[in-house]
Design a protein around this ligand. Structure first.
Ligand SMILES: Cc1ncc(C[n+]2csc(CCOP(=O)(O)OP(=O)(O)O)c2C)c(N)n1
Ligand SMILES: [Mg+2]
Length: 791
């Protein structure tokens, strides 16, 4: 190689010097090989210990190999962030391997414990994954919200020194466009005027089961065009473009344009002779056809007919450099072939298809890889190892060793003060705490960003928004205010506002929280995101919530109002299973306080937990029910107990025979039942559980520690040790009874679990609590039966 390698001047033509192009094509070959081999090795050469197939997607990798090579080996810079389509994980890791950022051992352990993950994972892969992918559509949409978050962090001066603004990029499968969340995000992006974003569609016209309608691309152009995106179609590679200028060029182009996707795929699978045969029949009598066909042998005819732009390095680079850093979202429709270059190419069943041993032998031969050289980065290439090594050293993406940033911790008071009123509801206290933070206007207020999917006012974020304003890339005045229309809400939209006003799409809420909760590692910006929604609609965005936690994003989500306690609102607005979501979801700490002073402790703990290395996100399940508040001093011990998940509101007498264990809005019923029972069961205890999740997690952790010989006692073990071992427990909450019933297993005590198992009926609290069996009488009855049963 004589030409020095250098960064490309986008104004020069050709976009990339010939020698560089050649090297990129060699690297592409190597990446295609390594990804296919990684999957083959896992399926055929690694000893199996169970009857499950390992799997992997060789054909999906092949269709994305050129695009990802172009991106990582040439176009991307360290500050750019990319979501790679799930099934191209082996391609991504092969690229990292060539860049010296992935170990061979992990590649050999693809899909095994501790090895390369089936789908790129921020938390389980150890190398440079920007956004996890897996559940199709979510990674794509996250890039849109990450772009908005990056803009937010910039306009608010929160980006760490020396961190440069990057492009947000998604390399997506075409079938990801079937996911509704992608379109929810598109519309929101339009409203928020998102600018810096590339979505590159690997347009192989195949999904898992089938071949996609030939006119999908017209709809893509329409959708994206309507949302003010620039759509770039990458259809023909350079060879085909040249052929269109030659003999029978125009008819050839028409023939390809009109060729149904399934026929094109079938011919791609069959190869040169089939192309020749169909062209002869389809273009019979066309002048120049014979010259065209005679100038190609079968292999070169096949190469010509499959020369789509998504596999043509030069065409791809031209398009990417043309897009540059434009502040308008770019959609690239890159025509590709699923299984390109492999014996599987074009076959409609190739999604999870794996090359057989014979096919792999043929492919290996074609790639010129010798036995034993399968993992060798240099084997089989038409490039000298030292030239390749030198090239890899100059790859712009790899210029920076560390792409994950750290931001300073924001101080949070031990707890927030709440108003001392006789009656209060946790939802209103939540709004008041945020309002107070806004008024203090300190570093904590600066770090908090809020968002809500069209329920800002009804979840009590209004006072915060009035203080801090709405963020939008395009400033807009509050017309109602200017026109002196009296309203409690001030809706001015500015670059410096601190609330993202979202439309009603819970997927968007969780994806925005997910992106904002990654702003420390992605942008070096400490941002503490707080989102609110009606608790039942946690279910609507559940996959995105799981996805956000899987990425270890850090946020606080408030589900309010919740349960059947929202009574007359009734029907589908009642949430029953969300406490179980709170318990079941890793990296999410679920709390359901009854009293507002508890919330003051929990929110402060939450903002700290969101910043801790081994911390996580926080889910608060709140209510609009106003209940009597205890007039008490918040001691440090009580504060700690609240944050650890529970405390004795009425401690039991020594060896008491009964305890009522409650969570959340049913506190008045639990208190009343407890008082009523004291005559018959003197010394009965009343246990307030502020976080069934924290109690459970801590109990499980201490069990594991005990099994390893450590002397520990979990918080719930400690609390229950005050009771007689044969005591009865009545557990009660406005949610599924399984949320608390496990507490009986802690000390092997008899449990009467009360809670809500069905929903959908309007009513008032007395009627609904009675129907669900969580009213005072039901608690007393359950206690009586449980006490009798233990005799
Ligand atoms: C939400 C979700 N549903 C289903 C799947 C299973 N699945 C994995 S890939 C795939 C089809 C993907 O097709 P496409 O996006 O076109 O990818 P490519 O053709 O590039 O492999 C499906 C249905 C999934 N991963 N996520
Ligand atoms: Mg596809």
């Amino acid at each position: 190689m004589s030409t020095p390698l250098h960064l490309i001047d986008p104004n020069s033509s050709p976009v990339v010097p010939a020698e560089r192009l050649k090297m990129l094509q060699e690297i592409e070959k190597k990446i295609l090989w390594l990804s296919a081999w990684m999957i083959h090795n896992a399926n055929h050469l690694r000893p199996a210990r169970d009857s499950l197939k390992v799997g992997g997607h060789q054909a999906s990798c092949a269709s994305a190999a050129t695009l990802l090579t172009a991106l990582y080996m040439d176009v991307l810079r360290p500050e750019d962030r990319i979501a790679v389509k799930p099934h191209a994980s082996p391609v991504f890791h092969s690229i990292m391997y060539l860049l010296g950022r992935q170990e061979r051992e992990k590649m050999e352990n693809f899909r095994a414990f501790g090895g390369v993950q089936s789908y790129p994972s921020r938390t389980k892969d150890t190398h440079d994954v920007d956004f996890s992918t897996g559940s199709v559509g979510l990674g794509v949409a996250t890039t849109l919200f990450a772009s908005l978050v990056q803009d937010y962090a910039h306009t608010h001066g929160r980006i760490a020194d020396g961190v440069r603004k990057g492009r947000m990029v998604a390399l997506m499968g075409d079938a990801e466009l079937d996911e509704g969340n992608v379109f929810e995000a598109l519309l929101e992006g339009w409203k928020q005027r998102v600018g810096n974003l590339w979505w590159i569609i690997d347009y192989n016209r195949q999904s898992l089961d089938g071949v996609i309608n030939e006119f999908l691309f017209t709809k893509i152009q329409d959708f994206f065009g309507t949302m003010d995106w620039n759509v770039v179609t990458l259809k023909y590679g350079k060879k085909l473009e040249a052929a269109f200028e030659g003999p029978a060029g125009e008819p050839l182009m028409r023939w390809i344009d009109e060729c149904p996707n399934d026929l094109y795929s079938a011919l791609t699978f069959k190869g040169g002779p089939a192309w020749r045969d169909h062209l002869k029949r389809g273009l019979h009598g066309t002048s120049g056809l014979k010259t065209l066909l005679d100038s190609h042998d079968d292999d070169s005819l096949h190469a010509l007919m499959t020369n789509l732009a998504g596999h043509d390095m030069e065409s791809i680079l031209e398009a990417f450099y043309e897009a540059g850093d434009k502040d308008q979202p770019q959609c690239f429709v890159a025509y590709t072939i699923k299984g390109f270059g492999m014996p599987l190419q074009g076959h409609k069943d190739n999604h999870a298809g794996l090359m057989s041993l014979d096919q792999m032998a043929e492919f290996k031969d074609y790639m010129q890889i010798d036995d034993g050289a399968e993992w060798d980065p240099y084997a089989g290439l038409d490039a000298r190892p030292e030239d390749l090594a030198n090239f890899l050293k100059t790859v712009p993406f790899a210029a920076s060793e560390e792409r994950r940033h750290i931001a300073p911790i924001i101080d949070v008071p031990q707890r927030f003060e709440t108003k001392r009123t006789a009656k209060a509801a946790t939802q209103f206290a939540f709004g008041q705490i945020l309002y107070d933070i806004a008024r203090y206007d300190d570093a904590l207020a600066d770090a908090i960003v809020t968002t809500s999917p069209d329920v800002t006012v009804s979840t009590n974020l209004g006072p915060w928004v009035n203080q801090k304003g709405i963020f939008n890339r395009k400033e807009r005045a509050d017309v109602f205010r200017e026109e002196q229309v009296v309203s409690a809400q001030k809706w001015v939209r500015t670059h410096t506002g601190k609330h993202f006003e979202l439309g009603i799409a819970e997927n968007n809420l969780f994806l925005l929280l997910s992106a904002a909760g990654l702003s420390e590692p992605l942008f070096g910006a400490r941002v503490l995101p707080v989102g609110t929604l009606y608790d039942p609609f946690v279910n609507r965005g559940l996959d995105s919530l799981f996805y956000a936690c899987y990425q270890d994003s850090r946020f606080m989500v408030v589900g309010t109002p919740s349960g059947i306690t929202l009574a007359p609102e009734g029907g589908a607005h009642q949430s029953v299973g969300t406490p179980l979501v709170g318990i079941g979801l890793d990296r999410l700490a679920y709390f359901e306080p009854a009293f507002v002073d508890e919330l003051g402790s929990i929110m402060a703990w939450g903002f700290r937990h969101m910043q801790e290395k081994d911390g996580g996100s926080v889910y608060l399940r709140l209510t609009t029910r106003q209940i009597d508040q205890p007039q008490r001093e918040m001691t440090d011990a009580l504060h700690d107990d609240i944050c650890n998940g529970g405390y004795w509101l009425k401690p039991p007498a020594p060896d008491a025979e009964l305890a009522i264990v409650y969570t959340g809005a049913v506190a008045p019923e639990a208190i009343a039942a407890h008082e009523a029972l004291l005559d018959d069961v003197p010394g009965a205890g009343l246990l307030a559980v502020t976080s069934p999740d924290r109690l459970h997690e801590n109990w499980m952790a201490s069990r594991r520690q005990r099994e390893q010989g450590q002397a520990t006692q979990s918080h719930i073990d400690g609390l229950l040790s005050a009771l007689d071992p044969r005591a009865a427990l009545v557990t009660v909450l406005d949610g599924h009874p399984a949320t608390l019933s496990w507490i009986g297993s802690v000390g092997r005590q008899r449990v009467a679990p009360l809670g809500v198992e069905s929903y959908g009926q309007s009513g008032d609290i007395p009627d609904l609590y009675k129907a669900a069996g969580i009213d005072v009488d039901s608690i007393i009855d359950a206690a009586a039966s449980a006490c009798l049963a233990r005799l």
